[in-house]
Design a protein around this ligand. Structure first.
Ligand code: GLN
Length: 462
């Protein structure tokens, strides 16, 4: 554990870690050693991990990448944190992220951008940029992240690691700083689909402390995963025989960088060699996922972030005239630009007179988008394969005068969250036209609670 912490210290230029505390880490390492000595070790016992700074942790600060929570220390652990501790993992600390998980490049953190280990001039993706960079740099074999509209999958893809956005309701949101509650899901990032599976198996499951946690029997994930692996083994030299991979026409159109398209094409040929076949499908409302998401997520965020008023939680301004002035100054000082933009947008779409035109309309779109996925998965294919991001990682600062450019690049990830589906991102190649080769990822989307099957398929490809 000490040498892992030393490596974190040597990698400070990446800015992946926000809070480390050697005493806390070493105490967890001693507890893991004791379990190993007592013969009670599981697959994750003694494995170093780290948490995105949106998971509350006893001991380490939890800032969610915001000045608003710069000194916040939670009195309890998030359920995910608690479960990983119970599995014997050893936390090295907390990982940088976009402020309140709002962003796609990790440039919205109050504590500075994270650098992509493949090219330090490039972004690592976001919002779980610290998590992806830490895994890609080999600082931890696995890390936690959260995915509201792509925040596990997109940084995983841009840093060349694997990650899952689980089925909505599969992993407890208790103790995760809320962004868009109907979309938020926690998911692990790791080097391989196998490691992602081991992490997800440790954190998934019903939790009475999260009202949207799904009451699904223990072991659902491993049963699905084991059954898929057994079926693959029985199929012999073509383990994915008969698997119908749906390729949404709308995901392979103009906006997709040819380097990404080529990497995915090569992966598809590998899948075909394993016995799978391609089916062209259509997700006709793909483009509408952007306006639907960028109404619903800010609407929920404006409500979730109302609690940071400098009274109950968060930064409090030092100078003010009265209570209202205190609250508005505290929020103006505590929240960064993108967070303020989202709060204003969210408050607007929920306000009297606009609610029907924007929020309700977005909810209708959400239902139609979910139905498109259901139709494809019911009638045409077993899984859906597509890009994660239209291009490999861009340069730090490249979109700084146009925040909407990043919103548009979320086009392939948002639909999955709106529909509550699971999706696994895995690396599939490189963009070799850049100053340094940069990783390219793809995602495999399945129906609700097929997370285990998706991971078994991803593992076979890897
Ligand atoms: N890029 C999206 C956003 O900024 C998704 C972020 C996320 O999944 N947390 O909202």
């Amino acid at each position: 554990a000490q040498s892992a912490l030393d490596a974190v210290g040597r990698s400070a230029t990446l800015n992946a870690f926000l809070h480390v505390d050697a005493e806390l880490t070493l105490a967890q390492a001693r507890a893991a050693d004791a379990r190993i000595a007592a013969g009670q070790a599981g697959p994750l016992t003694g494995v170093p991990i780290a948490h995105k700074d949106t998971f509350v942790t006893q001991g380490w600060r939890t800032t969610a990448g915001s000045r608003m929570l710069a000194n916040y220390v939670s009195p309890f652990d998030a359920t995910v944190v608690e479960k990983l501790l119970a599995a014997g993992t050893v936390s090295l600390g907390k990982l940088n992220c976009d402020e309140f998980a709002m962003g796609s490049a990790n440039e919205n953190s109050a504590f500075g951008p994270v650098r992509n280990p493949w090219d330090q001039e490039a972004v690592p993706g976001g919002s779980s940029g610290g998590s992806a960079a830490a895994v890609a740099a080999g600082l931890v074999p696995a890390a936690t992240g959260t995915d509201t509209g792509g925040s596990v999958r997109q940084p995983a893809a841009l840093c060349g690691v694997s990650g899952i956005k689980p089925t909505y309701g599969a992993v407890s949101r208790f103790g995760i700083i809320a962004y868009g509650s109907s979309l938020d899901q926690a998911g692990p990032l790791a080097r391989s689909a196998r490691d992602v599976y081991l992490m997800l198996d440790a954190i998934a499951g019903f939790d009475a402390k999260d009202a949207t946690s799904h009451d699904i029997p223990d072991g659902w994930l491993s049963r699905d995963y084991d059954a898929s692996q057994a079926a693959q083994a029985a199929a012999g030299v073509r383990p994915l025989e008969g698997l119908r991979i749906g390729l949404p026409r709308e995901y392979f159109s103009d906006g997709l960088d040819p380097q990404v398209a080529n990497a995915i094409e090569a992966a598809l040929r590998d899948f075909e060699a394993l016995g799978a076949r391609r089916v062209e499908i259509s997700l006709p409302r793909t483009e509408l996922a952007i306006p639907a998401y960028y109404v619903i997520a800010p609407a929920e965020a404006s409500s979730n972030l109302a609690r940071y008023d400098g009274v109950r939680y968060g930064h409090r301004a030092e100078q003010f005239t009265d209570l209202n002035d205190m609250i508005s100054r505290s929020r103006a000082e505590g929240f960064g630009t993108e967070t303020q933009r989202r709060i204003l947008l969210g408050t607007y779409v929920l306000s009297h007179g606009y609610y029907d035109a924007y929020y309700l309309q977005a909810q209708r779109l959400r239902r139609l988008i979910a139905e498109d996925f259901q139709k494809a998965l019911r009638e045409e294919c077993d899984v859906i394969l597509g890009p994660v991001s239209p291009q490999a990682a861009r340069r730090i600062g490249e979109n700084s005068d146009d925040p909407r450019a990043d919103w548009l690049s979320d086009i392939y990830t948002l639909g999955v969250n709106l529909a509550g589906l699971p999706s696994v991102a895995i690396p599939c190649g490189f963009d070799t036209t850049r100053a340094k080769p940069l990783p390219v990822g793809m995602q495999l989307i399945g129906n609700h609670f097929q997370d285990g099957r998706l991971l078994a398929i991803a593992e076979r490809y890897q």
